[in-house]
Design a protein around this ligand. Structure first.
Ligand SMILES: Cc1cc2nc3c(=O)[nH]c(=O)nc-3n(C[C@H](O)[C@H](O)[C@H](O)COP(=O)(O)OP(=O)(O)OC[C@H]3O[C@@H](n4cnc5c(N)ncnc54)[C@H](O)[C@@H]3O)c2cc1C
Length: 393
């Protein structure tokens, strides 16, 4: 049997063809493209179409359903490369990991029905409805209810921050099917549904966009007696919380890869500018006050890269990787943010000018320190599950 001591991992430029192909695709979507959409708060449809047509978004879908059947590490390289090349995968990355819940826990009929169309892009599974306004990170306390009703379920409640719901055909929804006071453990009685948004909107579901500091197409969702068919249920009723947890290590590792790509982007931009910009008769990069924050960010970036590779190597070997996936996310979000800060400072006043793209990327990378999980909750997990300290929440 495989154990962690036998796992090896690549520490060089792995998947060079993928990196190259993504870089070429990204060349078609330069800073002006993202800047313009950011100003108009519009969804990067052309970029998402290009990503879909090139097959990148189907990287993790098995070949039997029309995907590329690549390992998690390859998907991470795709996302890292998108961000390293100045683009943003936030508009479409969810497809990579939400699909995993259908793949692991869906019935054969559900997989046959949805995965091939998701692989070609005919169906978009970009929305993931977990967060709620009154429960915050304490997911087991979610209030949205799905109550058996004839040949299906009746959904009532509210979600918040459901990104891409307006650009998605399908949404993975977490809702309580058994009231919290009737279950043995608070994680029980929560179920996962694959909701067809095309049928739902206007028939018990209302979607309201939220104005945010980043162009992230995120929304509030209001469910008022939305009827969904019985075959929307994924896996067994009441086991949804565990299904979602099963997908979290993949999600954390993939999102960490985006932070890594952002960190590399900022470091490259900072180094180029520090070498070019001459003040007091010398390039500003000659000053240690400019060099050190960039060098420190680079060191943090390299460390995050190693942790991401370790998490992915364990995941791809089918081994537990909760600590590594969480640490990778923590380290990469910090590396991305610290690189952004170093770059912002290096650019002086020009960092504020939109045409340089630094302020936009700086706003964008900040999100990784909040979503999909905040540093505090990761640290609480490490303290409890890795170090054996008492549970703090
Ligand atoms: C742009 C954007 C897009 C998003 N997209 C999605 C999406 O598609 N789907 C979805 O379901 N969600 C989405 N989210 C939600 C995101 O995952 C949550 O915002 C995040 O998990 C934090 O939850 P919260 O905002 O409710 O914060 P809260 O849970 O209210 O926490 C607030 C603060 O308190 C801290 N805190 C809470 N409890 C503890 C504790 N026990 N110990 C120490 N500190 C604690 C947190 O770390 C945080 O800093 C998105 C959020 C944003 C901003």
């Amino acid at each position: 049997m495989t154990d962690a001591s036998t796992i090896t991992m690549d520490i060089g430029e792995d998947y060079p063809e993928l990196r190259d192909a993504v870089r070429k695709l990204c060349e078609g979507f330069p800073g002006e493209y993202w800047r313009d959409l950011d100003a108009k708060r519009e969804y990067p449809q052309d970029f998402v179409n290009a990503m879909t047509e090139s097959g990148f978004l189907a990287a993790l879908i098995p070949e039997q359903y029309g995907g590329a059947g690549l390992p998690l590490r390859a998907a991470g390289v795709i996302l890292e490369s998108i961000h390293e090349n100045g683009c943003n995968a936030g508009a479409c990355h969810a497809q990579m990991y939400t699909m995993g819940t259908v793949l692991r826990h869906g019935s054969d009929a559900q997989k046959e029905k949805y995965l091939p169309d998701i692989a070609t892009g005919k169906l978009r599974l970009q929305a993931f409805g977990v967060s709620e306004p009154t429960t915050g990170t304490d997911t087991t306390q979610l209030k949205t209810r799905a109550v058996p009703d004839g040949n299906g379920y009746l959904v009532n409640g509210q979600k918040i921050w459901t990104s891409r719901a307006l650009q998605s055909d399908l949404m993975l929804l977490l809702a309580r099917t058994t009231p919290a006071d009737q279950v043995e453990k608070k994680t029980h009685g929560i179920s996962v549904f694959l909701v067809d948004l095309r049928d739902a909107v206007g028939n018990g579901l209302e979607i309201r966009p939220i104005d945010t500091m980043v162009n992230h197409s995120t929304n509030e969702l209001f469910f008022d007696n939305l009827h969904i068919p019985a075959d929307s249920l994924i896996g067994e009723e009441g086991k949804g919380f565990r299904y979602i947890l099963d997908g979290m290590n993949a999600e954390r590792t993939l999102v960490a890869s985006e932070g890594l790509g952002d960190a590399k982007y900022f470091i490259r931009r900072a180094v180029d500018y520090a070498n070019e910009r001459v003040v007091f008769g010398a390039p500003i990069g000659k000053n240690q006050g400019i060099q050190f924050p960039i060098a420190k960010a680079h060191s943090e970036t390299e460390a995050a890269d190693l942790m991401i590779r370790k998490a992915a190597a364990l995941f791809d070997a089918g081994l537990p990787c909760g600590p590594e996936a969480n640490m990778a996310k923590l380290m990469a979000a910090d590396a991305g943010w610290n690189a952004a800060e170093a770059c912002f400072q290096t650019f002086g006043g020009f960092a504020f000018a939109r045409e340089y793209d630094i302020e936009r990327k700086w706003r964008e990378v900040r999100l990784l320190k909040t979503a999909p999980i905040s540093p505090n909750l990761i640290l609480a997990y490490i303290a409890q599950h890795v170090l054996g300290l008492p549970r703090s929440y």
